[in-house]
Design a protein around this ligand. Structure first.
Ligand code: ACO
Length: 421
């Protein structure tokens, strides 16, 4: 298959067909408008490829997710978040010296300008940490005293967002800030800044470090989702990395995207407080007029189990056991999942648990407050956003992103005088 034909108003047009390395087929319609005057209409972009990308492959029908060709299951089991960040951004798993250099640079750059603390202190203590992290990332270039380039910005942002995320929590908890400690992994350092004390020896357990490491890896990239497309869209204008990532954080905050992990726990809590009657909530989820959806279920791309949800379900069991936590939410979640997987509303629409269904239960076991869940998603997703931003920046064919529309408003008319309106 090398060409596709379109007949429009009696005229034939031919378009070349692009085939990806996993056999995905796309019709290249770049010449459509100039040749025919028509555009395509695809609200929600369900059938639109916005770019060619070599970073992440998803087969939603089969429930497959791979970063740079490596299955997510293998990466989650065998890699560190630092290795996965390197893989996503630079295209290959680091060798020993590359890893050492990458980790060293991240540790060196984890400090943020002292004056940033004043900015954080300026937020009310009850400000949502997503609003705080969003504003801090946008503000960060204002605190960089020296000139930087794209590659330096990448390291600075990854390193500093960890500190900012932890400090956003410390502010909301009314606790003093804890500085990054040398010699720790990305995951352990984050947990040290969240729950440690300034000057005290870091004491993050291997179980906690490994659970955070896995969660961050599973959230690290997911090809052209809403926030990543936002990052590419903003970056296409030539805006800074910080501006693009801040926009991505805003997109991620919505309950239909990254905000779902918080929404899942709030939903499970509501069901628990209401006596645990999941049948009542299943009935509401099936009734569109109720406005209620089963949070953590369904996905635009996966029409099968989200492979990340499978890993997290197993992980929830093992982390809770290792930490000696008994959380009734896990049982409610499992019961809901069991009912949904055999209910025709969910089966017919191929709605399965997504990554957010079990992640919140693990965050709770790690003492991470509900309002921080989406910030955890930010921490994991930053390298994915950066990988896409960098891929776009290095591609000489990148043009500013500028979709078109089909206008449905009034045709030309004249302004009526006030007395005639
Ligand atoms: N509960 C009940 N019904 C659902 C759900 C759900 N969670 N999700 C989809 N449906 C139903 C819809 O009502 C619709 O039914 P219809 O065909 O009778 O109209 C059908 O399934 C398709 O739903 P859409 O909203 O058209 O699917 P879309 O691909 O646009 O949305 C989304 C995907 C946003 C993830 C949706 O499934 C949803 O709202 N899920 C809950 C929120 C959530 O968990 N989001 C996290 C996504 S993962 C992530 O961002 C990391």
């Amino acid at each position: 298959m090398t060409t596709a034909k379109l007949n429009l108003n009696g005229n034939d047009y031919e378009f070349s067909v692009v085939t990806g390395s996993e056999g995905e087929v796309g019709i290249d319609i770049k010449s459509l408008r100039s040749a025919s005057g028509a555009i395509t209409l695809d609200p929600g972009y369900g059938n639109t490829g916005s770019c060619e990308s070599a970073i992440t492959f998803i087969d939603g029908e089969e429930g497959i997710l791979r970063y740079r060709g490596y299955p997510i299951e293998e990466l989650a089991e065998q890699s560190t978040f630092e290795e996965v960040m390197h893989l996503l951004i630079y295209g290959h798993l680091p060798n020993a010296s590359e890893l050492q250099s990458f980790e060293g640079k991240l540790q060196e750059q984890a400090h943020v300008h002292e004056d940033v603390k004043q900015l954080i202190d300026g937020f009310p203590a009850n400000a949502h940490p997503m609003a705080v992290i969003n504003a801090l990332v946008a503000a960060l270039p204002g605190f960089e005293s020296d000139a930087s380039d794209d590659e330096q910005d990448i390291i600075r942002l990854i390193a500093r967002v960890k500190t900012l995320a932890a400090w956003a929590y410390r502010r909301s908890a009314g606790l003093p800030y804890v500085a990054s400690a040398p010699g720790l992994s990305y995951s352990a350092d984050f947990m040290h800044m969240m729950f440690g004390s300034q000057g005290a020896k870091p004491s993050v357990s291997p179980e906690v470090e490994s659970a955070i490491n896995k969660l961050l890896i599973l959230h690290a990239d997911h090809e052209q989702n809403c926030s990543t497309s936002t990052v590419r869209m903003v970056g296409s204008s030539g805006a800074t990395l910080y501006a693009a990532i801040a926009a991505g954080i805003g997109a991620l905050s919505g309950p239909l995207h990254g905000g779902a992990n918080q929404a899942v726990i709030e939903m499970l809590d509501m069901i628990d407080k209401d006596g645990g009657d999941h049948d009542k909530y299943m009935a509401m989820a099936k009734d569109k007029s109720s406005g209620f959806r089963l949070m953590g279920f369904g996905h635009r791309v996966y029409k099968n189990f989200d492979p990340r949800a499978r890993i997290l379900k197993r992980s929830a069991d093992s982390v809770l056991e290792a930490l000696g936590v008994n959380d009734p939410m896990l049982n409610i979640a499992k019961q809901l999942e069991q009912v949904a997987l055999s209910d025709s509303h969910f089966v017919d629409r191929r709605l399965y648990p997504n990554v957010d269904f079990y992640s919140g239960i693990i965050y709770r076991a790690l003492n991470i407050p509900t309002e921080m869940f989406t910030v955890m998603f930010v921490l994991g997703r930053v390298p994915g956003w950066i990988a896409h931003w960098r891929e776009m920046r290095l591609d000489p064919t990148t043009r500013i992103h500028r979709p078109r529309q089909i206008y449905t408003g009034s045709t030309k008319r004249s302004v009526e005088r006030l007395s005639e309106r």
